[in-house]
Design a protein around this ligand. Structure first.
Ligand code: ZN
Ligand code: ZN
Length: 237
């Protein structure tokens, strides 16, 4: 069996920086099987638009026409394991987490009939962008790393950085739903050179709370005339 350069690099990295679970600290894996097994699976989510109904993709049929997103693939709750892992991924330079997190998201996507029905050759992953200043500070965009780590797991898909963040926005963390929407208004712009016509687009982000970031990103994508716009996130909460 031929050993790829990526495998050699992984082996060397594992030797110098042996993996340990970022949630419970036991050695062996970046996210251990014990912590993964603690994650609660959910088959439906409250609609992010009307709050009233439950839907597998967090946007009920009645609300699909009120905004540009068809639905959101959500792999689980923003529980303790995910909070610790995503925090390390975003704020502690733990870009190695892109791979195990992509595995979690890919497993969820493959189990969803709506994703299975997509023609992957016509499906493009679009990472939610960071503002240039923030990306410079962090060194990477976690959503872009996640999207790229999905490619070998879901062959056929492509990644396009199709939107940019036009202004720096305040952190959403302290804001209520109304202020989150206002904060994100017109914060994104389409990259005119990217061809998304008649394609299925899946916006990729780490966590969705009110969905305001995803709704605004989807709005920015609309002038490119994609066939459908989905989103996929690791967690809701
Ligand atoms: Zn663990
Ligand atoms: Zn609804």
């Amino acid at each position: 069996m031929a050993i790829s350069l990526a495998q050699v690099k992984d082996t060397i990295l594992d030797f110098f920086f042996p993996p340990f679970c970022v949630s419970c600290r036991q050695n062996g894996e970046w996210i251990c099987a014990d912590c993964l097994s603690k994650r609660r699976q959910e088959s439906t989510w409250q609609c992010l638009v009307c709050d009233q109904t439950q839907d597998r993709h967090a946007i009920c049929p009645a609300c699909q026409h009120k905004q540009p997103l068809k639905g959101i693939f959500i792999s689980g709750h923003f529980d303790e394991v995910m909070q610790r892992t995503v925090h390390a991924f975003k704020y502690q330079s733990s870009s190695v987490l892109a791979k195990p997190l992509a595995h979690i998201l890919a497993d969820h996507l493959m189990s969803d009939p709506a994703f299975a029905a997509l023609d992957r050759a016509l499906t493009v992953l679009v990472p939610v962008p960071l503002h240039k200043s923030k990306q410079h500070l962090r060194g990477y965009n976690q959503s872009e790393l996640l999207a790229k780590a999905l490619l070998p797991l879901l062959p056929g898909l492509t990644v396009a950085n199709a939107i940019t963040r036009t202004r720096a926005t305040a952190s959403q963390m302290e804001l209520d739903r109304h202020d989150r929407l206002q904060n994100m208004k017109a914060a994104f712009a389409l990259v005119p050179t990217v061809d998304l016509k008649e394609k299925t687009v899946i916006l990729i982000d780490d966590v969705a709370t009110t969905g305001s970031t995803l709704f605004e990103c989807a709005k920015a994508l609309q002038p490119a005339s994609p066939k459908t716009i989905w989103a996929a996130v690791l967690a809701h909460g």
